[in-house]
Write a protein that binds this ligand. Structure first.
Ligand SMILES: [Zn+2]
Length: 611
């Protein structure tokens, strides 16, 4: 009935407006965050309700467009960051108190600085204090300065930079509103702290957002548009207040941007970041690296459903089948980087494969996850995102000692009439058959194809796979450390060292195939895909399953099985990184974990010239 429904409709928008207004009033009346701990007392009025509306932009498509929505930029020197509307200054107490650093601060801040730093109590997660400081050229008003003190000492398995505490210090520091800027100044005790601290800051302000903005009239929103945010300007300086050297600066920027790329890919909802979109992200990275800006020798290739089936990528085809029938086909992406001049000069370079698990959504398949187990499964492509980000950052640093192969195993593990079943037997590219006993152990099936391709078809010397693979990883090494399994002690050690240096922590798990092979025993196939005994080092077992599909001749002194060892043949190595825990933070947001770890590992001591 039209007459009775009219008042109901009429009252709805009014109620909404009243609600919004009372929320706005409550916001204005509430004391600013951290007011209790302020050293100086004056409270500066925040932006009022009659501030201009936040501008919106069309939902971004490219990475550059995304970065423009909520920019995190790296300033060349401290003065630009100090000029921001709000400033966070963080570092270890010694660095913050060092005369060189203090001298770089403006006069009004310098007079209260040492007292403010001394007043901060720093526990295991550091500490902070907010002070209001009179500021020249700030319209005569006070400036909000957050002083963050990182813990001086950390345990031996942690990153010495204490990068873990950056997030706690920045907790409650939100990305600035459009038109405003936040300056983050990091006082470094050592240049080696630059990357882990920058990465921690970069991941605190993730790129992806679907927040709508008010506009288009009363209480309306602008469809298909997202709100623009202000800029975060990061400046890093050492205790002598010197700028970072050029090489470190370039590495910081490349890694931090790649971390934000990886976290955005993970955060994007599954309908938007489907297999096609993930292939598109990799294609865009390859095009950028090969394009005029970088001019690198980078080649992109993607195999889709028909090709995968014809060549024999049984894992990708099985896992991706249900979604493929809905038009979302699985893919194997291969991007190759060759250092300039290596072929011409006859230089031999080590061939490294980064193989990433890219399950764009994991329902668990027919053995479906529950209503609380499934939410968050858009993040099941964290490994592919990390490998993609690391590949991009590494290429930008133009390594001349390695040939890099990015291999992304992309599929959506969906439920549908075409879904693969428990009891099916699938044959990954290795040719070794797998009896499926768990459709939710799908990551290892697609990675089996990936490592077989990297070791066999591509003939890579080192195969590194990265994946959000097992819940058991969190039981074994927790939320902060990835669990890593390697057949090579030097590689395992290098990975742990790279973790400590980069802040992307990693801890070794047992490598002992003789204890784990039996877990996958099958009566009808070469192996099953899920373990029999769930309390026998599940994460090591999962790594072992993947290693079972490395090319048979790989890692052997006589690859053709002739019994004659090939002269001068280098030992090949495998590394499995299970990053189920650290891939997301407590809010479920992608952390971009793995980018910094892989960049450090591959540009580190393990691959130093002549090794
Ligand atoms: Zn799964």
């Amino acid at each position: 009935m039209a007459t009775s429904s009219c008042p109901a409709f009429a009252s709805a928008p009014r109620a909404a407006v009243i609600g919004a207004a009372s929320r706005a009033i409550a916001r204005r009346g509430a004391p600013p965050t951290g007011a209790k701990r302020r050293v100086a007392s004056t409270v500066v009025p925040r932006a009022s309700a009659d501030a201009p509306p936040v501008p919106a932009v069309d939902i971004p498509h490219t990475n550059d467009e995304w970065e423009a929505v909520s920019p995190v930029d790296f300033a060349a020197d401290v003065s630009a960051a100090l000029a921001a509307d709000k400033v966070v200054i963080l570092g270890k107490r010694g660095a913050l108190r060092s005369p060189g650093f203090v001298a770089s601060l403006p006069e009004s801040l310098r007079t209260v600085w040492l007292e403010a730093v001394a007043a901060v109590q720093a526990g295991d997660n550091g500490g902070k204090r907010s002070i209001m400081v009179p500021w020249e050229g700030h319209g005569g008003s006070l400036k909000d300065v957050v002083v963050g003190v990182l813990p001086t000492a950390v345990s031996r398995h942690n990153c010495p930079a204490a990068a873990h505490a950056v997030d706690a210090i920045l907790a409650g520091v939100h990305p600035p509103a459009h038109g405003r800027t936040l300056g983050v100044i990091t006082a470094l005790a050592s240049t080696s702290d630059a990357v882990p601290i920058a990465v921690a800051v970069a991941r605190h302000f993730p790129t992806y957002t679907a927040k709508s903005v008010r506009g288009g009239g009363r209480g309306g929103v602008e469809r298909g548009r997202v709100a623009l945010r202000g800029a975060v300007l990061v400046a890093q300086t050492n205790t002598l207040s010197r700028d970072l050297d050029e090489e470190t600066s370039a590495r910081v920027v490349a890694v931090a941007r790649a971390v934000r790329l990886a976290s955005r890919v993970v955060d994007t909802p599954p309908a938007a970041m489907d297999p096609d979109a993930l292939v598109g992200e990799a294609a865009a990275v390859a095009a950028e690296l090969a394009g005029p800006t970088f001019g690198l020798d980078v080649a992109f290739d993607a195999l889709r459903y028909d090709a995968l089936k014809a060549i024999g990528f049984g894992g990708l085809v099985a896992v991706g089948d249900a979604a493929a029938r809905d038009g979302r086909e699985p893919a194997l992406v291969h991007v190759k980087y060759r250092p300039h001049g290596a072929a011409e000069e006859g230089r031999s370079v080590r061939k490294i494969a980064l193989v990433g698990k890219g399950i764009t959504y994991d329902t668990g398949g027919l053995q479906i996850k529950g209503k609380s187990g499934m939410p968050g499964m858009k993040t099941d492509m964290g490994g592919a995102a990390a490998a993609l980000g690391a590949f991009k950052a590494l290429c930008q640093l133009r390594p001349h000692h390695v040939e890099l192969h990015l291999v992304l195993c992309i599929a959506e593990n969906a439920v549908g009439p075409g879904a693969f079943r428990p009891d099916d037997v699938v044959a990954p590219l290795s040719g070794r058959t797998v009896e499926v006993n768990n459709t939710d152990a799908e990551g290892r099936l697609v990675l089996a194809d990936g490592v077989a391709y990297a070791s066999g078809t591509l003939g890579c010397d080192d195969v590194i796979d990265v994946a959000t693979l097992t819940g058991a990883q969190m039981i074994a090494t927790g939320k902060n450390f990835a669990g890593v399994v390697s057949d090579d002690e030097a590689m395992e050690r290098a990975c742990v060292v790279a973790g400590r240096a980069s802040g992307d922590l990693a801890h070794p798990l047992p490598y002992a195939p003789e204890f784990f092979t039996k877990e996958f025993r099958s009566k009808i196939a070469d192996m099953k895909n899920s373990v029999k005994d769930r309390s026998n080092a599940q994460t090591s077992c999962a790594g072992q399953f993947i290693a079972n599909h490395l090319d048979r001749g790989w890692n052997r002194a006589d690859p053709d099985g002739s019994g004659e060892e090939t002269e001068g043949r280098i030992r090949r190595r495998g590394l499995h990184v299970d990053m189920a825990g650290p891939a997301t933070n407590k809010d479920g947001r992608g952390t971009g974990y793995g980018v910094a770890l892989l960049v450090h590992l591959i540009s580190g001591e393990l691959y130093a010239e002549g090794k």
